[in-house]
Design a protein around this ligand. Structure first.
Ligand code: GLO
Ligand code: MG
Length: 341
């Protein structure tokens, strides 16, 4: 049985690029209690999910507040999986954090990253996730792309040097909000890891929707990072083709791909080093406040049902089909397994 995690941002007010919020904000503590009740084991945090208004606080005050969140988690019975610096909401990261052309802005991005490491340690976890939201370009010629990649590696090194225990998980995404990312796929993440000063502490987080946005099958991305020993977390969700990032409930668009993501995770004993399956899903904008958690519950149920299917997979029959090179039969077996006939 896998262990599951989720972030407070996954219970969302419903604002999108063309419209305002449609659901009330639910306070953090209420969300956390609900996550526990739903069967989640851990929570993923942005730095300012844990410590709101952290820009106004100094390092000690930030740690102090993080200790309060740790107590709350302990009281509810949830672990913290990771902390991610929110490097895309501030005016100072409008043009990227680590790869901004401005030195002051790059320093701010590092400050937020150091504080995120501090928060992670207070929350009892050793994982820092970097979703590189704006590390790339809207206008190709606005940044030197070679220097951009080098600056990214330098930032990773600086964070590794800041704390000797922290592990960095890069969450790649090919576009949105920027047009061209400096690190769009897990293959690129592996390159950054290898070029860093401590590759053993730099791995990846695969998000299904991000892989689909890059035109890739998330199950293959999961397999690739697993082969490299670097799949340290996942954001399972779904996505209808190559358009804006949708964060749909897991499996609702691409059921066979979803099954294969779970199948690869099951086959490789994902979770054996304490990894969680994160569900980075958002409710549709049309949903009422009362339904704020339904997409998360659905995703959890779908993932668990697919886990059961993956554990029932008939490998003997698969071997027979492979030996006869009868892939039509194998494919039909998978379809029938998924359709429950
Ligand atoms: C957006 C990302 C985002 C990150 C989260 C953690 O496309 O998936 O939700 O996963 O901010 O860093
Ligand atoms: Mg994500």
């Amino acid at each position: 049985m896998f262990k599951y995690s989720i972030g407070p941002w996954n219970v969302h007010e419903g604002a999108d690029a063309f419209g305002p919020e449609v659901r009330e904000t639910i306070p953090l503590e209420r969300k956390l209690r609900k996550f526990k009740e739903m069967g989640f084991d851990a929570v993923q945090f942005h730095d300012d999910d844990a410590v709101p208004d952290m820009n106004e606080l100094d390092a000690e005050q930030i740690k102090e507040q993080a200790r309060g969140v740790k107590e709350l988690l302990g009281d509810i019975g949830l672990a913290a999986e990771f902390v991610a610096p929110r490097l895309w909401m501030d005016a100072r990261t409008i043009d990227g954090g680590f790869t901004s052309n401005s030195e002051e802005e790059r320093e701010y991005a590092l400050w937020r990253s150091f504080r995120s490491v501090d928060i992670a340690k207070e929350l009892g976890c050793d994982k820092l996730v970097l979703w590189l939201a704006r590390e790339g370009t809207l206008c190709f010629e606005s940044k030197d792309p070679v220097r951009g990649v080098k600056r990214l590696i330098e930032a990773v090194n600086t964070i590794l040097e800041y704390d000797e225990d922290i592990k960095i998980l890069i969450e790649p995404k090919p576009n949105e909000p920027i047009d061209r990312s400096f690190c769009p796929t897990l293959g690129h993440v592996m390159g950054v890891s290898a070029a860093s000063c401590d590759p053993a502490r730099v791995g990846g987080l695969l998000e299904s929707a991000h892989a689909i946005l890059a035109g890739l099958d998330p199950a293959m991305e999961i397999a690739y990072a697993t082969a490299m020993g670097k799949l340290w977390s996942v954001h399972l969700n779904d996505q209808n083709g190559m358009k804006f990032d949708q964060d749909k409930s897991f499996g609702v668009e691409n059921l066979r791909q979803a099954f294969n993501q779970i199948k690869v995770l099951v086959e490789n004993d994902y979770g054996k080093n304490g990894e969680y399956i994160g569900l980075d899903v958002k409710a549709m904008r049309t949903q009422r406040l009362e339904d704020s958690y339904r997409h998360a519950a659905n995703s959890l149920r779908i993932a668990r049902l697919l886990e059961e299917k993956a554990r029932k997979f008939d490998y003997e029959y698969q071997r027979k089909c492979v030996s006869e090179r009868n892939y039509e039969a194998l494919e039909m077996y998978v379809m029938e397994l998924l359709m429950g006939v």
